[in-house]
Design a protein. Structure first.
Length: 256
């Protein structure tokens, strides 16, 4: 029973793809996070084996972004480990095909004022051992060209989220921004915000074109250098010579 349950968890992505296609016909706006959830949950049918999902969007200076979607779930016994191992023996092309097709369709449906493309798809999988648990990990990654909008020294994230973004329960969205940039606007308020990234935890439904982040390039710090003229160098040199002469005179007088 347990083995069949886990097999259903890993194998039923085709049902989700069908559901996704029906939704796409009915919805005028596409909620990216909701569609990603359908793609990567792959037919989870039992709360006990529902994975923790982390979506990481690493923004680059040219407005492109590296998307990483990591699904992590506990393998509680040898049966679940075996099913996971069998699943990940499949060719990468088979495991990636549906994901690639749907992400491409999703991007093509978004209307923005710039050319976008998705490419360099990859999948990584394996087991991670901790002191308390063994985890099965499946990680999808791809490059989204021109994901963010550029405006002079600013990078603006959010216009691609037509209809908003959906975070399911046990899901986290993390946006990492390039070195040398700072946040000047963010909507909605983040759960975690520091100098290099911002993140939200589900369950959460963002509004249209949210989350929105405006990054601004920080001005480089200029070192304060003192430029001396030739006369100033001569003055300093002369002063040092006088001080040295005084020290010598004092030493001579002390010997007497």
């Amino acid at each position: 029973m347990k083995e069949e349950l886990l097999k259903n968890t890993l194998e039923s992505s085709r049902k989700n793809i069908y559901t996704l296609n029906v939704l796409k016909k009915e919805m005028k706006k596409i909620i990216i996070g909701f569609i990603l959830a359908l793609l990567i949950l792959e037919g989870i049918v039992c709360e006990e084996i529902k994975p923790v999902i982390t979506v990481t969007v690493q923004i680059k200076e040219d407005g492109s972004a590296i998307w990483t979607v990591e699904k992590r779930f506990i393998l509680r016994d040898e049966v679940e480990e075996k099913v996971f191992e069998e699943y990940t023996k499949k060719p990468e092309e088979e495991l990636l095909t549906n994901f690639v097709v749907q992400i491409e369709d999703l991007m093509n449906s978004i209307k923005v004022d710039r050319e976008m493309a998705v490419k360099d798809f990859s999948i990584l999988y394996g087991k991670e051992h901790t002191i308390t648990n063994i985890y099965g990990v499946i990680k999808y990654q791809f490059l989204w060209k021109n994901f963010a909008k550029l405006d002079n020294n600013k990078i603006i994230v959010g216009d691609v989220f037509e209809g908003g973004y959906y975070l399911s329960e046990d899901e986290k969205l993390e946006i990492i921004f390039p070195k040398g940039y700072k946040i000047i606007y963010i909507e909605p308020k983040a759960d975690i915000l520091d100098d290099s990234k911002v993140s939200w935890k589900g369950k959460m439904n963002f509004g249209d074109k949210n989350p929105k982040i405006v990054l601004e390039r920080m001005e480089p710090q200029v070192e304060n250098k003192v430029n001396l003229t030739d006369k100033q160098y001569l003055y300093i040199g002369g002063l040092a010579g006088v001080i040295l002469l005084l020290v010598i005179i004092i030493l001579v007088m002390m010997k007497k």
